[in-house]
Design a protein around this ligand. Structure first.
Ligand SMILES: [Zn+2]
Length: 66
């Protein structure tokens, strides 16, 4: 799904975040990069930013993040 918003978990620091990257993900928290093809965990994909953002908020709430 090109151009979609992916909800991913940084493999280095565990931060849940959004990316539109097709090849390389860069963490907004720790700054490390990882190729999507290298086994980056994608929780879900959305077409709309709004939906993706809502998903992250809900996910964090369920995980006990503030
Ligand atoms: Zn990170």
């Amino acid at each position: 799904m090109p151009g979609s918003y992916k909800v991913v978990i940084c493999p280095y620091c565990g931060r849940v975040q959004l990316t539109q990257a097709l090849k390389t993900f860069k963490c907004i928290n720790c700054g490390k990069t990882r190729a999507l093809s290298a086994g980056l965990r994608i929780l879900k994909e959305f077409r709309e930013f709004r939906q993706a953002h809502a998903f992250i908020l809900e996910y964090k709430r369920l995980q006990g993040f503030s």
